[in-house]
Design a protein around this ligand. Structure first.
Ligand SMILES: C[S@@+](CC[C@H](N)C(=O)[O-])C[C@H]1O[C@@H](n2cnc3c(N)ncnc32)[C@H](O)[C@@H]1O
Length: 176
């Protein structure tokens, strides 16, 4: 897992209705081992929410808004990365995760509204997390857990201001 780089590309975000879900896409990505999130819409509110969490809870997750998705995908491939598009129309996750895991640099595209048809052709893998409609948050979480083989539970988040002391009951935290 060390050395693997997974970054999310969130497309189709509508600031007037997707802020909460897109923020949760970013927080899920961060918690489960991704390196950062590109957002293909301008939305400083989402960027700030994610940065505030990262500042307090540690790690070096980045969030960059207003990226152009075509050049983002092109640049990623030029740098040797592969592109995975999460879509219920793709091949089922267990069928392809072995091949995907052979690559250490993965851009994961998740949509909000209907994604442009071009994305299906640009992706190296169109991956379904079951062939049933659900959510970008659940599909991303399951993808990351399979990709990292559960090792993301051992991740550390350096320079945190706070950490949780896991407890069987109640809530315990430690300010650092
Ligand atoms: C709520 S869905 C919206 C889909 C949109 N209505 C469409 O027709 O394309 C938003 C995103 O969730 C992800 N998603 C939803 N169900 C999925 C599944 N079964 N497998 C993989 N990704 C899924 C996809 O990335 C999709 O773009």
């Amino acid at each position: 897992m060390a050395g693997n780089e997974v970054v999310i590309l969130r497309i189709g975000h509508r600031p007037e209705r997707d802020q909460r879900v897109t923020t949760h896409v970013g927080l899920t990505a961060r918690a489960l081992g991704a390196r950062g999130m590109y957002l293909a819409t301008a939305d400083k509110g989402v960027v700030k929410s994610i940065r505030d969490v990262a500042d307090r809870w540690g790690g070096d997750f980045f969030c960059q808004d207003n990226v152009k998705w075509r050049s983002c995908i092109r640049d990623w491939k030029v740098q040797g990365g592969i592109v995975v598009h999460l879509t219920m129309y793709g091949l089922n996750l267990p069928e392809v995760i072995g091949e995907v895991k052979a690559h250490g640099k993965v851009l994961v595209i998740v949509g909000a509204e209907k994604v442009p048809g071009e994305i299906y052709g640009l992706a190296d893998y169109n991956v379904a997390v079951t062939g049933q409609p659900h959510s970008e948050i659940s599909s991303l979480a399951l993808f990351l857990d399979h990709y990292f083989s559960g090792q993301e539970f051992n991740n550390e988040f350096p320079n945190a201001q706070i950490r949780i002391i896991p407890s069987r009951a109640g809530k315990q935290t430690e300010e650092l």
